[in-house]
Design a protein around this ligand. Structure first.
Ligand SMILES: [Zn+2]
Length: 384
């Protein structure tokens, strides 16, 4: 099974599925393979038609079952010095090198290898393979797929997201929400501040309120939170605006992000800012200039994975791997989106996040072997 996984991994790495480019060749290759095994395969194209998500089912068409999930896209190799061709798998000292080897084509290869024995077994509950596009740029694929699955009534019981954790069990991570806020005021001469609407000034007032809300988040940290820091954080990433000392700036821009530890925190922050903009900032700006505007653009809103006391996926993987230590991590995954759908979710996959996105990315053979052990256990758990 390990040999087969390695051969599949070599094929997958050879598809240069960088997030900016199409993933269709790889999707069609996988779809053909799975259909040949008798799986029911559905592809969901994005608006451009250049990318697709896949949801494939092996076993009976009944509710429940397990989702094995991975993203098909990889980060670029631009400006990285590689010692081998990043899109050709090379082996050295039991390490398999190539772009995506650990993040996360190694896991996908293991699930595809496992699909063969699964398709020959009699299953009581289905195993679903879910492969998405554009995870690396804000989980765009999964965000489009989740409503599709809901519409089709497909809500499996649990999901295993195979991001590289060195097969450690991850039951929680923070979310990541990014915003760009644009302030449109009225330019004027610095000597007559009352005749203009100073966009930078309003941006600064907005940021000051944002920092006050960020401070308030500390007292909202959930009891026993294992995140570091324990609370939802806010970062002011970029503040832009202005021309010269004596000019009232008509435009300013603020980039900021937050990393929620619980779903309510994102609403808490957004509600506080919305209220401040609507009742304080905008009326003050429009008293001078009725066309003044504050536009907030959502760059990405990736749900966190909230650690829950009751988590069947975590318990199953713990039982299969014999590893009872569950952890939380600082990086985001698609897991939170599945949790929002009502599934119990765990993140556990081969390879290390330390190698992800780096030159000479690799996955160790031993990691793939451990992953196959876990998948064999999953297969047993759904067998009739
Ligand atoms: Zn990843």
């Amino acid at each position: 099974m390990l040999d087969k996984t390695e051969a599949i991994l070599a094929d997958l790495i050879a598809f240069p599925t960088v997030s900016t480019d199409s993933n269709l060749d790889m999707m069609h290759w996988m779809a053909e393979r799975l259909e040949h095994l008798g799986a029911k395969v559905e592809l969901f194209a994005d608006d451009t038609g250049a990318k697709a998500n896949m949801f494939a089912t092996i076993g009976p068409d009944v509710p429940g079952g397990v989702v094995l999930s991975g993203h098909s896209d990889v980060v670029p190799v631009t400006d990285q010095v590689w010692h081998s061709n990043p899109f050709q798998m090379t082996e050295k000292n039991d390490l398999l090198h190539g772009r995506g080897s650990c993040d996360m084509k190694g896991f996908i290869a293991a699930t595809l290898a496992m699909a063969e024995p699964l398709s020959q077994a009699t299953l009581k509950r289905p195993v679903h393979l879910c492969f998405t596009h554009d995870e690396e740029i804000g989980c765009m694929g999964a965000r489009a797929l989740v409503p599709e699955l809901k519409r089709l009534g497909k809500v499996p019981r649990m999901a295993i997201v195979g991001e590289p954790t060195e097969m450690r069990i991850i039951e929680g991570h923070k979310g990541c929400c990014e915003y760009t806020c644009r302030f449109h005021g009225l330019e004027g001469h610095g000597s007559a501040p009352d005749l203009g609407v100073n966009a930078v000034e309003y941006a600064v007032r907005y940021v000051t309120r944002l920092m006050a809300v960020a401070e308030a988040l500390k007292s909202r940290a959930p009891a026993g939170s294992r995140f570091d820091p324990a609370w939802t954080t806010v970062n002011l990433g970029r503040l832009y605006g202005g021309v010269a000392h004596n000019v009232i700036p008509g435009f300013a821009e603020v980039d900021w992000e937050m990393r929620p530890v619980q779903p309510g925190d994102a609403e808490f922050v957004k509600d506080a800012l919305r209220a401040y903009v609507e009742t304080d900032l905008l009326p003050a700006m429009r008293r001078v200039y009725p066309d003044a505007r504050i536009d907030t653009q959502v760059i990405g809103e990736v749900a966190g994975l909230e650690p829950l006391a009751d988590n069947a996926a975590r318990d199953l993987v713990a039982q299969l791997t014999g590893n009872n230590a569950c952890d939380v991590v600082p990086f985001g995954t698609e897991a939170g989106l599945f949790q929002e759908m009502g599934m119990s979710v765990v993140v556990c996959g081969p390879g290390s996040i330390a190698q992800a996105h780096k030159p000479d990315e690799f996955v160790a053979r031993s990691e793939l072997a451990a992953c196959l052990d876990m998948l064999t256990g999953i297969a047993r758990s759904v067998a009739a």
